[in-house]
Design a protein around this ligand. Structure first.
Ligand code: ZN
Length: 126
């Protein structure tokens, strides 16, 4: 609460002449910790069939999974390998910015100002 009111004050001050704060337009980087990975299982009639399994990104990395997709919009994901000093947890991001902005599970969706409902990826991974 204290921090909040301090922020309000500084906004009022900046509005009176100084440069406006840019915090409203900055979208934090996307961090998804769950994804779907492509696995194969034995088909009832023989042979194998692919299926998508939801798991955490950390698990997928340990298991050596190579095919990922978003569990919400089925869009392509990329594995983020950046590590910070604190040791960032393994996570994924949408390859397509458009997918991210329309994905129900994305943090970017909540920031996007298009006002549209979430939808599936235009180029889903199957
Ligand atoms: Zn998605």
């Amino acid at each position: 609460m204290l921090q909040h009111s301090t922020e309000q004050q500084s906004r009022t001050t900046t509005a009176r002449g100084k440069k406006l704060m840019a915090t409203k337009t900055v979208t934090p980087p996307e961090k998804l910790y769950e994804c779907e990975v492509k696995r194969r299982r034995v088909r009832a009639g023989g042979g194998y069939e692919p299926f998508w399994k939801v798991k955490t990104v950390a698990e997928a990395v340990v298991d050596g999974d190579t095919e990922f997709r978003c569990k919400d919009c089925h869009g392509a994901l990329k594995l983020a390998k950046r590590q910070s000093a604190e040791g960032t947890k393994a996570h994924v991001e949408h390859k397509s910015k458009t997918d991210a902005e329309y994905c129900a599970g994305s943090t970017v969706f909540k920031e996007a100002a298009h006002g549209s409902a979430p939808r599936l990826s235009a180029n889903p991974v199957v």
